[in-house]
Design a binder for this molecule. Structure first.
Ligand code: PHE
Length: 336
């Protein structure tokens, strides 16, 4: 019996070298491990042997069986690897098309705004989106219970310790705290208010703030700068008007409107038949604000303005629903 096992082993080792494909491998497996194989019949006949012989032959036969199995597995793996490396790369196939990314229309509009104000001497400043009540309201001359706070329903964090800024105006305070006049900055960035989304509201939106402070700044400077901006942004033919308004941190304050870019001022659904579209808030910096940042209000004057980027983009590109900006619909985004 032991001789028989030796013979099987030798025969296996002789034939295994010749294996070139998986069909031959399978044939070999059947021949050496199959039901009718010599090894199987040795294992079957173990019962007929006396005990000592049975243990000895049994061990040897099982070891051989294992060896054969392992070797066949090895060959199988190496055949697989060879086969895989045979699947060669066809370098003539066209590549996967990668579509080119582009700037989001809001980013693009912010950049256009920066490009208009930069040559006028305005530098870009930024501030945190998570603010304290002090920077978002108090230092901007919103007293604690002032009703003007209600217009800017805010997202409170940590029980009111912080809030998501409702406007970019806190950047005014942060810049003035750190710098002495003259100051000319614009501050683009995201703002948040608890508004339910609809065609013209979004709980997250963008503003660009502007601030100029110096010893000799007048309302006419504000008008000059803003008219330059509006003409460059919307076209030379566009007219501009200032309507008295209220902001706690500017005095006097104004809402700035432009003649309707759709109807030219005749009155249409876009401008609510008024012929005018409000585009930004502005005014002369309130002396109280200067006090918060230790500027002498007798020495310095300044103007500030703030505009909604979405609103500017919607008017400029004729977009009717603010929600389109945030839906990541490529059909919409690819137009810009
Ligand atoms: N921060 C004001 C708003 O969000 C806009 C504004 C900025 C008005 C600067 C005047 C001066 O409504």
């Amino acid at each position: 019996m032991l001789n028989e096992l030796e013979k099987i082993k030798k025969e296996f080792l002789d034939s295994v070298e010749a294996i070139k494909d998986s069909k031959a491998l399978e044939e070999l497996r059947i021949k050496f491990l199959g039901r009718k194989s010599a090894l199987t019949s040795v294992l079957r006949s173990l019962g007929k042997l006396v005990q000592e012989e049975r243990i000895l032959v049994g061990q040897k036969a099982n070891t051989l069986r294992k060896e054969i199995e392992e070797r066949l597995e090895q060959i199988k793996n190496s055949l697989y690897k060879k086969g895989a490396s045979k699947i060669s790369t066809d370098y003539t196939l066209p590549g996967f098309p990668l579509s080119l990314g582009r700037e989001h229309p809001i980013t693009k509009t912010i950049q256009e705004i920066i490009d208009i104000f930069s040559p006028l001497g305005f530098q870009v400043a930024t501030g945190p989106e998570i603010e304290t009540d002090y920077y978002n309201f108090e230092a901007l001359n919103f007293p604690p219970d002032h009703p003007a706070r209600d217009e800017q329903d805010s997202f409170q964090i940590d029980g009111g310790k912080y809030l998501l800024r409702t406007q970019t105006s806190p950047v005014q305070i942060r810049v003035m705290e750190k710098t002495k006049p003259p100051i000319r900055i614009i501050a683009p960035g995201a703002c948040y208010r608890r508004d339910n989304p609809d065609a013209s509201h979004s709980p997250m939106f963008h503003q660009v703030e502007g601030l100029a402070v110096d010893t000799d700044i007048h309302f006419t400077d504000l008008k000059g700068v803003l008219s330059e901006f509006i003409h460059q942004m919307f076209g030379k033919e566009i007219r501009m008007r200032f309507v008295p308004s209220f902001f706690p941190f500017t005095e006097p304050s104004a809402e700035v409107a432009i003649s309707c870019i759709i109807c030219g001022g005749k009155g249409c659904p876009t401008c609510g038949k008024s012929g005018w579209l409000e585009v930004l808030g502005a005014g002369m910096v309130h002396p109280n604000v200067f006090k918060y940042v230790n500027y002498d209000p007798k020495k310095y004057t300044g103007f500030a303005f703030g505009m909604g980027v979405e609103r500017i983009a919607m008017l400029k590109y004729g977009i009717h629903d603010i929600r389109l900006f945030y839906q990541n619909n490529l059909q919409f985004l690819n137009q810009f």
